[in-house]
Structure formats: structure tokens, C-alpha cells
Write a protein that binds this ligand. Sequence first.
Ligand code: HEC
Ligand code: HEC
Ligand code: HEC
Ligand code: HEC
Length: 229
Amino acid sequence: MSLRRKSCLSVAAAITALAGAAPAAGQQESVAGTLHNLSVSGPGEVRSLSETEVCKFCHIPHNAETPVPLWGHALSQAQYEVPEIRTGGTAAPAPQPDGASRLCLSCHDGTVALGDITSEPRIIPMTAGDRLTPGRPGYIGTDLSGSHPVSFVVPDGMTLADDSESDMTLRPLSAIGGDPDVVLDEAGKMQCTACHDPHADRYYSPGRVPRFWVKPTVEEVCLTCHALR
Ligand code: HEC
Ligand code: HEC
Ligand code: HEC
Ligand code: HEC
């Protein structure tokens, strides 16, 4: 998540830091082979001690928590510290995470048990503890202020503030919308899912390409929306 503004201020920096990335061996195309398989058969350190179903940690076929996408995991009620959105000269706090981002954070902010699913009264016991805790690779916490904003409507033709330290601008919405991998949600909002695909980990390469990444390289994702100025 981090995209810390200080350490990762620009697309240029991201490209320099992460250039030359090649897909790693063992890239995973389906949920079952990824860290998001939290069942007993999962490949990660964090998994269930007994549960065999893969999808049920996030989805439920009936009585869903939210109808789309048949969400079956307890939702986080946390309030988050958020970064600023800078639209052409003004700065305002980004919205509180909603939509798919709130779904992700229901495990990744560390406030909700990983096995707290809607379909069962019990909390499914997990290896490595009930929740993600500080120090785990997947722990994000509730301070998102150093991260890329999410859950805001991506504007069309917006330019970044003149006083922005950034050396980049935004591409038109028509160009962003034409990309098959970097997707906005139905409300036109950028969510965690613009950069990460929770169902597939095809391109992971340690130190080069983050997990669940939607394209082969970091810069291809950034440059879907941003252009250098
Ligand atoms: C603009 C693209 C982008 C968005 C949006 C994004 N991430 Fe990430 N994420 C990254 C990158 C790049 C990394 C690799 C580590 C880094 O640079 O901090 C990463 C790393 C991670 C990690 C590994 C832990 C870490 O902090 O390094 C987790 C977990 C994660 N993201 C979850 C999320 C969640 C949950 C959201 C939504 C709240 C989200 N990401 C939104 C780009 C993004
Ligand atoms: C770790 C959590 C997680 C697991 C496990 C998971 N999903 Fe999902 N799934 C999500 C999220 C988050 C979304 C919402 C994506 C979005 O809004 O873009 C979603 C959306 C979907 C959708 C709606 C279409 C789409 O892609 O947006 C389908 C269908 C789906 N999942 C099927 C599955 C199946 C089948 C499995 C088991 C093999 C599974 N999922 C396992 C998190 C998960
Ligand atoms: C049901 C709980 C759950 C949900 C919902 C969930 N994740 Fe995860 N995710 C995990 C667990 C557990 C791990 C492994 C974390 C660890 O080992 O510390 C993980 C790992 C990751 C990683 C890799 C972290 C690393 O660098 O090792 C990323 C990135 C990530 N998730 C992003 C997302 C995004 C984006 C969403 C929403 C679209 C999401 N997750 C939804 C449980 C979840
Ligand atoms: C889905 C489109 C989209 C993607 C993908 C995306 N961004 Fe952004 N980004 C935006 C938008 C829109 C803003 C403007 C938000 C605002 O008003 O601050 C922004 C703002 C930023 C800012 C803050 C600029 C400033 O001066 O305030 C940085 C830094 C940034 N993005 C870096 C990245 C990097 C690095 C990546 C790739 C890992 C990336 N972005 C991927 C849409 C995107």
C-alpha cells in the first residue's frame, strides 16, 4: 500500500526503483495458489487450521453482508487517517475508504479477525493469530495518510496543483477507462482494486513487483493514470 509520498513521490521514482521487473517463478493465476487462500491448503503462513473452502473467507452465497460481491466477511468499522486529495490548488482530506477498499481493510487494518465470516457463528481459528498484527507483511493498520488516496472519484482532465512537488499529471478519463487491467469501480472511484487483483498474483517479484499486482510492472499501472509533465 505504502506509496509513501516522501520515498515514492513520483512515477519516475517508482520506475527507477522498480525498473526491469520480470515476473517471478511461481506466479499465481488463481486464488487457490495465492496468499488469499486462507484455507488449510493455503501456501502462506496465515491460514486456517481446519477450514477447506477457499472462497468463504470473503464470499457467501446467501444473506451477504453487501450484495456485491456477495461479501461474507465481517466489515471493519474503523475510522482511518487519510491522505490529502489535491485538486488544482485546493487540498482536502480523501474520503473514508468505502466499496472494495473497505472490504480489503476488513482484514488488512488489523481490527477484524481474519476468520470472522458471516456464514458461521464461530470465528475460524487461524495459524499466526486471529488478526493481522504490526510486523506482518499484510498489516496496514488504520493510518493511510502516507498512502495513495482511494475511494475518491477520479476526475477527468484534472491537473495536479501548481505547487505540487509531483512531476506528473493525470491522463484523461477516456484513456484510463480503456485499460483492461486498471479498473475503477462502478461509481468511477479508484479503489485498492485499481492496483491489486485479490484473485490472482501473476506478477509478484520480490522487491520489484508487489503481490496481487494487476500488470507485469509497477510503472505500467502508474502510467495508466499518470503522465510525466
Ligand atoms: C496506486 C496503487 C496502489 C493502490 C491504490 C493500493 N496499493 Fe497496495 N501496494 C502498492 C504498492 C506499489 C505496494 C508495494 C509496497 C510499497 O510500495 O509500499 C503495495 C503493497 C501493499 C501491501 C503489502 C504491505 C505494504 O504496505 O507494503 C498490502 C497489504 C497492500 N498493498 C494492500 C492494499 C490495500 C488494502 C489497498 C487499499 C486500501 C491498497 N493496497 C491500495 C500499490 C497500491
Ligand atoms: C481475500 C478475499 C477474497 C477471496 C478469498 C475471494 N475473493 Fe472474490 N472478490 C474479492 C473482492 C474484494 C471482490 C470485489 C472486487 C472488486 O470490487 O473489484 C471480489 C469479487 C468477486 C467476484 C465479482 C466479480 C469481480 O471479479 O469483481 C466474483 C465472481 C468472485 N469474487 C469470485 C470469487 C471466487 C469464486 C473465489 C474463490 C475461488 C473468490 N472470489 C475468493 C475478494 C476475495
Ligand atoms: C479475508 C481476509 C482478507 C481480505 C478480505 C483481503 N486480504 Fe489481502 N491478505 C490477507 C492475508 C491473511 C494475507 C497474508 C498476509 C501476511 O502474511 O501477513 C494477505 C496478503 C495480501 C497482500 C500481500 C502482502 C505481502 O506483501 O505479503 C496484498 C497486496 C493484499 N493482501 C491485498 C489485498 C487487497 C487489495 C484486498 C482487497 C481487494 C485484500 N487483500 C483483501 C487477507 C485478506
Ligand atoms: C486509477 C488511476 C491511478 C493509478 C493507477 C495511480 N494513480 Fe496516482 N493518482 C491518481 C489520481 C486521480 C491522483 C490525484 C489525487 C489528488 O487529488 O491528490 C493521484 C495522485 C497521486 C500522487 C499525489 C500527487 C500530489 O502531488 O498530490 C502520487 C505521488 C501518485 N498518485 C503516485 C502514483 C504511483 C507511484 C502510482 C503507481 C504505483 C499511481 N499513482 C497509480 C490516480 C492514479
